[in-house]
Ligand binder design. Structure first.
Ligand code: PGA
Length: 263
């Protein structure tokens, strides 16, 4: 059975004070709920706040991810951050291929693949984002885009390394727009993505990979989305910036107001 995984992508938001109080609040709320046995939770602050967040979350069940990374190991790459640096400060996950990096900052599938390779080779876990633009959905290209993002993003990634990969299906038209994919639309896309994983690797491996949904997830729609057979959690933007909102999603994912296995 796949353990659900809910990650908050803070994007370029918050400051040292608000980031600090958000994680402090989450740490306390998560400790009270004891969700660890039924789902994994992570927060992904901007680079500059990572060390402070790592410090506050010492001893917490909440894990920490970065929003991006550079694929080279070290050297003359002004402004970039390496996998080793992220590992050094206590980061466990790295998001790669987020649609804002693809569509606002011009990242290609090839760059995304190099980044994921670097993350896995460097011993961290990757969250590979995939998903179509509105125009692509309207032109019936959703499946083609999912397939391309998976095949190109996962090029050269071994079956063994796949145990450290989470896929995040994030239809771009649903990100930050308040327009969530319906549970059916999400399930359909996730099942298709799992089929592609089975084709690239095998069906056992495909069954073990977690596929998060992302795009306007909030407390009110989290349970319906995550109740779908192939939806294994959520990558949350806007609603991860307030402890109460994020906790509502975590509770939706765990199926109860407390933990699904601890009662
Ligand atoms: P949103 O962002 O929840 O604000 O739509 C999701 C994401 O971009 O990961």
């Amino acid at each position: 059975m796949r353990k659900k995984f809910i990650a908050g992508n803070w994007k370029m938001n918050l400051d040292s004070r608000t980031a600090g109080s958000l994680v402090q609040d989450l740490k306390e709320k998560i400790a009270q709920g004891n969700f660890a046995c039924c789902l994994d939770v992570a927060v992904c602050p901007s680079f500059v706040y990572l060390p402070a967040v790592v410090e506050i979350l010492q001893g917490s069940q909440i894990k920490i991810g970065a929003q991006d990374v550079y694929f080279e190991g070290n050297g003359a790459y002004t402004g970039e951050i390496s996998v080793a640096m992220l590992k050094d400060i206590g980061c466990q996950y790295v998001i790669v291929g987020h649609s804002e990096r693809r569509h606002v900052l011009g990242e290609t599938d090839e760059i995304v693949n190099k980044k994921l390779n670097a993350v896995l080779t460097g011993g961290l876990e990757g969250i590979l984002c995939i998903g179509e633009l509105l125009e692509e959905r309207e032109n019936n290209q959703t499946e083609a885009v999912i397939e391309r993002h998976l095949r190109q993003g996962l090029a050269g990634i071994t079956a063994e390394q796949m145990s450290r990969v989470t896929i995040a299906y994030e239809p771009v038209w649903a990100i930050g727009t308040g327009k969530t994919a319906s549970p059916d639309q999400a399930q359909q896309a996730h099942a298709f993505a799992r089929g592609i994983l089975a084709d690239i690797y095998d069906s056992n491996l495909a069954d073990s990979v977690r596929i998060q949904y992302g795009g306007s997830v909030k407390a009110g729609n989290a349970a319906d989305l995550m109740n779908q057979k192939d939806v294994d959690g959520a990558l949350v933007g806007g609603a991860s910036l307030k402890a109460e909102d994020f906790m509502g999603i975590i509770q939706g994912g765990s199926g109860k107001s407390n933990c699904c296995c601890c009662g």
